[in-house]
Design a binder for this molecule. Structure first.
Ligand code: SF4
Ligand code: SF4
Length: 435
């Protein structure tokens, strides 16, 4: 396995648009009569009985644009997977033609590269470098600004309308991550109004994974690869033969949107193929992590020698916290103009890997890489359960792929359990665990 330093490597592949089918293409109409699952939209009626949550219907690949049109007609801005800098990222999209048709990815510790799949799948990759948190818990936002005027200082709080996003292609692990951030930001004594405003507006179109990534371990965490709740609509893409989607309705507003999209009831063949798609992904997990007893294992091992060993590799760059869909820590900064006439307070994402994060008067509480890595992993997998009732990890694998030195959280857990080289007894226990 190749390792890189500095940042995760995007392997030297040509820019996707230069290879194979044009990634902007919508793939054209589906072929008639290829498989029993073919959908003849001439015979499909949109004015039949109303759909209900739990109903499953089938739509052709060429009807995905009708779904997008219906969402835009309902006032949503579409956000979905698309290409940038040789990666599949989440950005606003205009049409189904912006989706990465025919492209998947290869992922490993510190490695990410795009690869052509050989089919026209629109959602053929695993989780990319970004998660939906950048739209709900934004990386930077102004909290207030103050101005000095003739009658004194006036303070304006930020507010205004939250954007109305439709998220296209939310994976099961990321649905669980959103549910975790809901608990963090919306429950308890202090709810975050900015998060609430964005979250309440969001329309979620999930996609059940048909291809697991090399660093995925959602099966271990019980978070995927099938979306089971928290979506308005959930798609299963069947890209073999007659390219189509099985659409599961999750909510009444999902049903309302589907009234605008030609569809037919899902047939037994559609459902069997959709189940096979998810089963294939479940059988392909690139990683596994034994989650039982993890809390007790970690909280009772603060002095384990493995912390020193992983710290020797860790650059404390914070990439793992930036890409993690559940990490939520922030800092606040005040900035003022040189004349002292105005000032602003900003909230920005922060990371427990920085020295400043634990700075108290006189110095940082967690001064060593060892203590910072231990803090992150122990919070994520153990004390998060005490705090929020669930693990803070959904098994998306992003922290493994985007760690520049390929540190692998599943490997670290295995080592602390004593089942991997460098595990219990393989190293000297030092007494500066809190250094
Ligand atoms: S474990 Fe996290 S902080 Fe350490 S090198 Fe990897 S990505 Fe950076
Ligand atoms: S800790 Fe890693 S695998 Fe778990 S949710 Fe965060 S980024 Fe994903």
């Amino acid at each position: 396995m190749l390792r890189v330093s500095g940042r995760p490597r995007l392997e030297a592949v040509p820019v996707p648009r230069e290879r194979g089918p044009d990634p902007r293409s919508d793939g054209g109409p589906i072929e008639a009569g290829v498989k029993p699952g073919y959908i003849d939209h001439r015979s499909v009626c949109m004015s039949g009985p109303s759909l209900q949550p739990g109903d499953r219907v089938a739509v052709g690949r060429d009807m995905l644009q009708r779904l997008f049109d219906a969402l835009r007609g309902a006032g949503y801005r579409l956000v979905g997977p698309t290409f940038r800098d040789r990666a599949v990222v989440l950005e606003e999209i205009a049409s189904a033609g912006d989706l990465p048709a025919g492209w998947g990815d290869e992922q490993d510790g510190g490695v990410y590269r795009l690869r052509q799949r050989g089919d026209g799948a629109l959602f053929g990759g695993a989780a990319g470098p970004q998660s939906w948190k950048k739209f709900l818990h934004v990386p930077a936002r102004r909290l207030w600004r103050a101005r000095r005027g003739p009658s004194g200082i006036t303070v304006e709080e930020e507010g205004g309308d939250a954007p109305r996003f439709a998220f296209i292609g939310v994976r099961a692990c990321d649905l669980h991550a959103i549910a975790i951030q809901d608990r963090v930001f919306l429950q308890g004594t202090y709810a975050d109004p900015a998060y609430r405003a964005r979250r309440e507006q969001a329309f979620l179109v999930a996609v059940n994974c048909g291809q697991a990534g090399g660093t995925c371990f959602c099966v271990s965490m019980g978070t995927g690869p099938k979306a089971t709740s928290g979506f308005d609509l959930a798609l299963t893409e069947i890209a073999d033969g007659a390219h189509r989607f099985v659409v599961e309705v999750g909510t009444a507003r999902g049903a309302e949107v589907m009234r605008e999209v030609p569809h037919r009831p899902a047939q037994a063949e559609d459902l069997a193929e959709a189940d096979a798609v998810v089963a294939r992904a479940a059988g392909q997990m690139g990683r596994a992590m034994e989650a039982s007893g993890l809390r007790d294992l970690l909280v009772t091992n603060p002095e384990h020698p493995r912390w020193e060993q992983v710290a020797a590799r860790c650059l404390t760059c914070g990439n793992c916290t930036m890409v993690c869909p559940t990490c939520f820590c922030t800092t606040v900064e005040e900035v003022s103009d040189l004349g002292g006439e105005s000032a602003e307070r900003w909230q920005r994402w922060d990371s427990c890997f920085t020295m400043d994060f634990s700075y108290l008067h006189g110095g940082s509480v967690r001064a060593s890489a060892r203590s910072r890595y231990r803090q992150w992993m122990t919070h994520k997998l153990a004390t998060w359960i005490d705090q929020f009732g669930t693990s803070g990890c959904v098994g998306c694998g992003r922290c493994i792929t985007w760690c520049p030195v390929g540190i692998d959280i599943t490997e670290e857990v295995r080592a602390i359990r004593g089942g991997a080289p460098g595990g219990a007894g393989d190293g000297e226990v030092k007494d500066d665990a809190h250094a």
